[in-house]
Write a new protein. Structure first.
Length: 348
């Protein structure tokens, strides 16, 4: 894509970057209020059946994902026109979703600025190793990476790590506003959870809240993972990296059933979002539909997205993701480039 076409593409999307206060308020009403209602119904249903409670919790977890999308838009300053309003609502939704707003806003901005850049990985994104890096890594380095990329750990233990550790502590060197925001959100969570446990008991609280957090956390990680981990995703070194190509070719269009698109706040139009983060979630589909070049982005479905689980390493030579098994086969067959690196490693 030529530079002129890239500029035109961004111009075509620009009209959709404007937030609409009415749409934003409606989204608050149809997302946050139902979540609290479902939580209340889950508690009331405990006297009827734990399975009914679990059903309400599962439905509520879908609304937590949608609340996170609001949180996400606030971090991009795209949900409201007013920065202060975005910061306040971002903090409130951060309490509900257990994410530190200012901390996440910073790391996510870095993710957008470096997505698909092989020389600037490591902040706000999923850990991706290239084939050559994996072959050159130590035994412990390979083990750590294999554990990280194991689906049971990534989608099972991942939410626990995020909610209990990563989101609860400030990064080293965090600025005062970022640190205070994390403290405020942590304190608010502690007070709210403490009051709920005091009011309904810790058993009831855990029966309701744990499934909500686990399901929403796992699905949230999945959404973030799958939309950059497809077979021919775009990755490039710094000197060749291009922002527009990273957005359009390095992010997918996750075509979901309408109900799931609504629950996920249309984040499936991830290529549009990465091209222009200022487009609020309720305008993403419109931007996609009105911009033909964006409709050529890699499209994945629920069925095809499951294949991404086996995409573990990025093969720079062939510009695609490969599985651990494929790398093992390449090594056993004596692929020249990989075999040379592996032999060099063994000699050391």
């Amino acid at each position: 894509m030529s530079r002129q076409k890239q500029i035109q593409l961004r111009k075509n999307v620009a009209p959709y970057e404007k937030s609409n206060t009415k749409s934003s308020m409606m989204q608050i009403i149809n997302t946050i209020l139902p979540f609290f209602l479902l939580w209340f119904l889950a508690y009331q249903s405990l006297s009827v059946s734990v399975w009914l409670t679990l059903l309400f919790s599962v439905i509520a977890s879908g609304f937590v994902i949608r609340i996170f999308i609001i949180f996400h838009d606030c971090a991009h300053q795209s949900f409201f026109k007013n920065k202060k309003a975005n910061r306040i609502l971002g903090t409130i939704t951060g309490i509900i979703t257990l994410f530190a707003f200012e901390k996440w806003k910073r790391s996510h901005a870095i993710h957008h600025a470096t997505s698909s850049n092989l020389d600037k990985r490591g902040t706000g994104d999923v850990w991706v190793m290239t084939v050559n890096e994996y072959v050159a890594a130590s035994v412990w380095g390979r083990l750590a990476y294999r554990l990280y990329r194991n689906p049971f750990i990534m989608f099972g233990l991942g939410p626990l790590y995020l909610f209990l550790l990563s989101n609860r502590f400030n990064r080293k060197g965090a600025r005062r506003k970022e640190r205070l925001n994390t403290y405020l959100i942590n304190a608010s969570i502690a007070v709210i959870y403490g009051l709920l446990i005091w009011a309904i008991g810790w058993q009831a609280f855990l029966i309701i809240q744990l499934p909500i957090l686990f399901i929403s956390g796992s699905l949230g990680i999945w959404l973030f993972y799958v939309q950059h981990q497809f077979e021919d995703s775009y990755f490039e070194n710094e000197d060749e990296w291009d922002y527009v190509k990273a957005a359009v070719d390095g992010s997918s269009y996750y075509k979901l059933p309408k109900i799931m698109q609504w629950i996920t706040g249309s984040i499936g139009f991830h290529h549009v979002h990465h091209l222009s983060p200022r487009v609020p979630n309720y305008n993403l589909q419109k931007a996609h539909a009105s911009t033909p070049p964006l409709q050529k982005a890699t499209t994945i479905t629920l069925a095809s997205s499951l294949k991404s689980i086996r995409f573990r390493l990025y093969d720079e030579a062939n510009r695609r993701f490969v599985s651990f098994r494929e790398v093992k086969d390449l090594l056993s067959k004596g692929n020249p480039a990989i075999h040379k690196m592996n032999t060099s490693l063994q000699e050391k």
